[in-house]
Design a protein around this ligand. Structure first.
Ligand SMILES: Cc1cc2nc3c(=O)[nH]c(=O)nc-3n(C[C@H](O)[C@H](O)[C@H](O)COP(=O)(O)O)c2cc1C
Length: 393
């Protein structure tokens, strides 16, 4: 399936979030065109949506500039998916009745694309029997409903009816774009930083957020792989469709990987694993009783090397976060660890790498190096998984 998405924005106060939804959908690699209803126009500007979507915003059924004045048919045929977010009570009711009195409702009738609806309204409106019946009817017709959240609303009420988060809308949309490039394969990915205790309150760790690893997890699942994650310290949401094992230290991560590696086809070592840990962990909080303190460190086991040494090793991909001389260092790592490829990123550049939403990497295999240009971590992850699939499976 291509990734051509129409985002219908209707008259809910949450329409101001629609530019963010456009960006999240673009992060999936989608081209997005926006249809704005009359109600939607009251809450978000056409200019913002045109700027983020990089496309003209469509709002007029009677657009004489559209091909043969049939803009609704053109749009209906163009789309792979139509998402209405936010979907007002009025627009939902119109869909139920098959009305076609504006561009969005007419496109919905004319399209064979998948349709998703993200309701957004006051909690009492959402709880009404009419709304319940309407959503049930749409669901029966194959429309996918993106459930609203619970919480404080713009009107001051507290309850169910808040528009689902833009990231959740994009996540549900992306499930429609699954492919089977890694169908039947098993993938194990390590994610996040490790935490090495010094005493009961202090530790050594690093800046890893887990964003890149979780983006890879997502891409692996989208490619149809049965995906297991060994997760250290992270500050991102966990991919719910994966099997997850949570660990703290490098030793625990090593143990969890070794216990789960045997039937894997692909191992991606994305975690930022501490090379060293304190030789001794103080059982009590270390007191501030001198001007100097020395912490002696001992090397941790090397997870990637140990997996690469296994007799029936899976395809092994390592990550190298370097700050200098990086291509040489990464090539050295590829040789020393005997893995199949190294993904290198320059973490000295704060616009990419740790904590950033973007990344730019080099994919270094034995037969050559390819650059994956700067993009969102999700797109970079998708490209990495595609490259791995092409090279090794
Ligand atoms: C200030 C204000 C906020 C509104 N918020 C919502 C809302 O969050 N959800 C909703 O379904 N309707 C809301 N409405 C009502 C819709 O905007 C109205 O039903 C409109 O006709 C919807 O048009 P559309 O479905 O063509 O976009 C609101 C109206 C006003 C005046």
């Amino acid at each position: 399936m291509n990734k051509r998405i129409i985002l219908g924005v209707s008259g809910s106060i949450a329409a101001y979030k629609s530019p963010d939804i456009v960006r999240r959908l673009q992060d999936l690699g989608a081209e997005v065109r926006v249809i704005l209803t009359g109600g939607g126009r009251e809450f978000v500007s056409e200019r913002s949506l045109q700027t983020v979507s990089k496309n003209k915003v469509h709002d007029n059924l009677w657009d004489s500039e559209a091909e043969l004045s049939m803009g609704h048919i053109e749009l209906a045929k163009w789309a792979d998916v139509v998402i209405i977010a936010p979907a007002s009570a009025n627009t939902i009711a119109k869909l139920c009745h098959g009305k076609a009195d504006d561009l969005l409702s007419t496109v919905i009738l004319a399209t064979s694309a998948s349709v998703m609806v993200a309701p957004s309204m006051n909690q009492q409106m959402y709880a009404s029997l009419a709304m319940k019946d309407n959503l049930e009817l749409l669901q029966k017709r194959g429309v996918r409903i993106i459930d609203p959240g619970f919480g404080e609303q713009a009107c001051g009420d507290v309850g169910e009816g808040r528009l689902a988060e833009p990231s959740e809308i994009a996540r549900q949309a992306s499930e429609l774009f699954q492919n089977n490039a890694l169908g039947g394969k098993r993938v194990l990915i390590t994610i996040g930083g490790t935490v090495e205790a010094i005493d009961p309150v202090r530790f050594l760790s690093n800046h890893s957020s887990g964003k890149m690893g979780m983006a890879l997890a997502y891409a692996s699942i989208q490619a149809g792989a049965e995906t297991t994650l060994v997760i250290g310290s992270i500050s991102v949401d966990v991919e719910k469709r994966a099997k997850t094992i949570f660990v703290t230290s490098a030793n625990e991560m090593h143990e969890a990987v070794m216990a789960n590696i045997h039937d894997q086809d692909l191992f991606i070592s994305c975690a930022a694993v501490a090379d060293y840990r304190p030789t001794k962990v103080s059982p009590n909080k270390i007191k501030k009783d001198s001007d100097k303190q020395t912490i002696e460190l001992v090397a941790n086991k090397d997870i990637l090397s140990d997996v690469c040494q296994l007799k029936d090793k899976p395809i092994c991909i390592g990550f190298a976060a370097e700050t200098e001389n990086y291509i040489n260092n990464a090539n050295q790592k590829l040789k020393n660890k005997q893995c199949d490829a190294i993904i290198l990123n320059d973490v000295s550049n704060s616009a990419i790498g740790f904590k950033s939403d973007d990344n730019e990497v080099y994919f270094i295999a034995r037969d050559g190096t390819d650059k994956i240009n700067k993009n969102s971590k999700q797109i970079v992850a998708e490209k990495i998984i595609k490259k791995i699939t092409k090279e090794f499976f």
